[in-house]
Design a protein around this ligand. Structure first.
Ligand SMILES: Cc1ncc(COP(=O)(O)O)c(C=O)c1O
Length: 390
């Protein structure tokens, strides 16, 4: 009988879909998926409308991306990170960062190669590695500080290692990797001739004294790094699915080869609006960080008042919180309880670990604070019921 391919059989449904369905069933305040419940800036939406109406961008753009947008991506890398990116041969525009990472794996990894992944990981990485016929090798972050053990990182490298996927600021832990941590990763990548695929979709979501350091800016790393990012988080337009990847032309050529026979080209009008967005002045980013700092503090307060032990994130719009004082059970059981009894959706991190490491997820769950202040307050009020159980 006709059947699906063995390649995809084990993938199942993503935890985000499962939680969304459950949250809807119980009418829960959903702090699960990282999907803002507010709109992106009006100027950017207007720029998209203008691009649609201009009649100049309703046909295929170049497969690698509209020239204006590629130039804006290069200008952004220069302005924020003092990095020199070639807009002609060093950038590919993609339909979001997810496919940018998949196309990077397809274009830079051979069958049988090993790919190092830091846990807990973003959920598409492992199916992407498997679809590229490569083998994931896991390095866990340990709670409560969510740091890796340098020895565990070191033993993950060997002569078969081809790529390390890095994500900083990191989803779901909210970590922003320090110069010291990045230096160790960079040294090992150079020693073992490993390429880095750096997922930096939260590059502008950093708090307090944390500083986002693209690993490509470390000595000797630009030549072995492709950096993926997207518009979704920075401009609150996750539905646009506009992303990009940049790096040295010899690596981008591999990504581009995979791209031209998968996506080929991405929605043109949004690329023109994206060029406008990336060109907005520095005050946009300052206001954006201030807005999210206030939301982070609001949710931190709600979680603490409910008797949870939240870990203050250095970046992203996620908070990991320890529930051991208010619930006895696994993260999956706690999430079920939260949705069905308390009326608040959150995400269990154990699906983002390999089964052997899942116990490291411990008594933690992830909450997203890319939500209206009213919704965050409502969640806080509902969660007070947790305390009454103690
Ligand atoms: C770490 C990480 N990478 C990639 C993505 C997906 O980005 P995009 O929507 O641009 O594909 C997300 C979205 O949640 C993410 O958290």
């Amino acid at each position: 009988m006709a059947r699906m391919a063995r390649r995809v059989e084990p993938f199942g449904t993503t935890i985000f879909t499962e939680i969304n369905v459950l949250a809807q069933k119980y009418n829960a305040v959903n702090l699960g998926q990282g999907r803002p419940d507010f709109d992106g800036p009006a100027e950017i939406i207007q720029a998209a409308v203008k691009a649609l109406e201009s009649g100049k961008s309703n046909q295929y753009p170049p497969g690698i991306g509209a020239p204006s947008f590629r130039q804006a991506i290069a200008n952004h890398a220069s302005k924020f990170y003092d990095m020199e990116v070639d807009p002609q041969n060093g950038v590919i525009v993609t339909s979001g960062a997810t496919i940018a990472i998949f196309e990077s794996l397809l274009g830079l990894v051979d069958p049988g190669d090993e790919v190092i992944v830091i846990e807990p990981y973003f959920d598409s990485y492992i199916p992407n590695i498997i679809m590229a016929d490569a083998k994931p090798v896991f390095v866990p972050l340990h709670p409560p500080s969510w740091t890796f053990d340098p020895d565990e990182l070191r033993v993950a490298f060997n002569e078969k290692t081809r790529v390390l996927i890095l994500n900083t600021p990191q989803n779901p832990t909210g970590r922003v990797f320090t110069m010291e941590e990045l230096t160790l990763i960079a040294e090992l990548c150079q020693e073992y001739d490993v390429t880095v695929i750096s997922d930096e979709v939260y590059e502008h979501l950093v708090f307090d004294n944390a500083r986002h350091i693209p690993i490509a800016t470390l000595p000797g790393m630009f030549e072995r790094t492709v950096t993926a990012s997207s518009l979704g988080k920075t401009f609150s337009v996750t539905g646009w699915k506009i992303g990009w990847v940049y790096g040295p032309p010899h690596l981008i050529a591999g990504v581009g080869s995979a791209h031209q026979y998968s996506t080929f080209a991405t929605f043109h009008p949004a690329q023109e609006a994206a060029a406008f967005a990336l060109g907005m002045d520095g005050s946009y980013y300052e206001d954006f960080q201030a807005m999210y700092t206030a939301k982070r503090d609001l949710l931190m307060q709600g979680l603490s008042e409910a008797g949870l032990k939240p870990h203050l994130p250095e970046g992203t719009y996620f908070i990991m919180a320890d529930f051991s004082d208010v619930f006895d059970g696994t993260d999956l059981e706690f999430v079920n309880h939260m949705i069905s009894e308390i009326g608040v959706g959150c995400i269990p991190p154990s699906p983002f670990y390999t089964p052997e490491h899942a116990h490291l997820a411990g008594k933690q769950v992830r909450f997203a604070f890319c939500k209206s202040d009213d919704l965050l307050r409502e969640a806080g009020e509902r969660m007070l019921k947790l305390k009454s159980r103690i």
